[in-house]
Design a protein around this ligand. Structure first.
Ligand SMILES: Cc1cc2nc3c(=O)[nH]c(=O)nc-3n(C[C@H](O)[C@H](O)[C@H](O)COP(=O)(O)O)c2cc1C
Length: 316
């Protein structure tokens, strides 16, 4: 099974709804995190994002960022009431402000806090719970203390990105620690980190024969045909792929234009997408630079037309 990773600013509801209209092979997505709040009104905007009639694309599990069991439970149960059977707990976000508050990866070095969070939450929560985590905040081995704690609870699965919080998104993934987690965990484990080709996945499959769920973020946003290639080992001609990416891009642009007002909001949104989507093109860096220079809609549309036109010519 292939999971689309949560990437804040990119894999939102619009992206997840449009993606399967153009690309095959992704089975499920975890949504970018939402934070639990102290007081929650029933008509909360956060919840609205997860109404089933608004999530018609990749089946999606919401993700909650919280270190407070009561707030987490309230939000998780509200999500259950609108139809979400599982929620995911974020124990991986490495951003300074999050870590400073002892949330996300900032909680990984406090096994006692994680244990008491789960002790309070598990009996009170209606949906199933899965956890997405890194292997530590500072040291990779921090996770080895956590797995025996997780083993005591009925969790849906663990999604492990084998980097520390301090590594952010760079440096090597620690496959040895991942292997130790796999051996220690009684729960199903999903692998996440740096999968960007069929060959990379094959290497991982060989080493971790018991894993059959793979989460992909940047690799899939950069090459949305990757899941199709992995699952069916088929590949469309380059020109056809460019046409499909163009159609996907245009529909994203149309949908975001409906909700983003102000001349630079839409271009800023599209620039974020190009940060990753640029990798699809041979001259990705140059393309990103050209896109980043645009500041309003018409100028953006003009440049994008040129980029896609040139991409077609390169191959013909
Ligand atoms: C810009 C950005 C935003 C992210 N937002 C989230 C998030 O909201 N929740 C989460 O669990 N992980 C988040 N991640 C981490 C990814 O889900 C994933 O774990 C990480 O990128 C490694 O996988 P990859 O190498 O396949 O991209 C984010 C990553 C990036 C680069």
């Amino acid at each position: 099974m292939i999971y689309l990773a949560p990437v804040q600013g990119i894999t939102d509801r619009i992206y997840r709804n449009l993606f399967p209209l153009y690309f095959k092979g992704v089975d499920i997505a975890i949504a970018p995190f939402i934070s639990s709040v102290k007081k929650m009104k029933p008509e909360n905007n956060l919840l609205r994002e997860f109404y089933p009639d608004k999530n018609t694309g990749i089946p999606t599990i919401p993700q909650i960022m919280s270190s407070n069991p009561d707030d987490f439970t309230r939000l998780a149960n509200a999500l259950y009431d609108i139809g979400c059977g599982t929620v995911n707990w974020n124990l991986g976000c490495p951003f300074r402000m999050v870590v400073k508050k002892g949330r996300g990866a900032g909680m990984l070095c406090y096994p006692d806090r994680i244990e008491s969070f789960l002790e309070k939450t598990m009996p009170a929560i209606k949906p199933k719970i899965s956890i997405k985590l890194r292997i530590g905040l500072t040291y990779p081995a921090e996770v080895l203390e956590l797995i025996p704690i997780f083993n005591r609870f009925e969790l849906e699965e663990l999604i492990i990105h084998p980097r520390t919080g301090e590594q952010m998104y760079e440096g090597k993934v620690d496959l040895d620690i991942f292997e130790q987690c796999l051996n220690l965990s009684k729960h199903r484990v999903v692998y996440n980190g740096d999968i960007d080709s069929l060959e990379k996945l094959e290497m991982l499959t060989k080493r971790f024969a018991s894993v059959d769920r793979w989460m992909i973020g940047r690799g899939l946003i950069g090459n949305p045909f990757l899941a199709e290639k992995i699952k069916f080992n088929t590949e469309k001609p380059y020109n056809e792929k460019i046409k499909i990416i163009r159609a996907f891009h245009d529909q994203l642009f149309t949908e975001y234009s409906k909700i983003l007002s102000g001349p630079s909001h839409i271009t800023n949104k599209m620039k974020e997408i190009w940060t990753y989507m640029g990798s699809f093109f041979e001259n990705g860096d140059k393309i990103r630079k050209r896109i980043n220079k645009t500041h309003h809609r018409d100028n953006y549309v003009d440049i994008v037309n040129k980029i896609f036109h040139e991409a077609q010519i390169v191959q013909t």
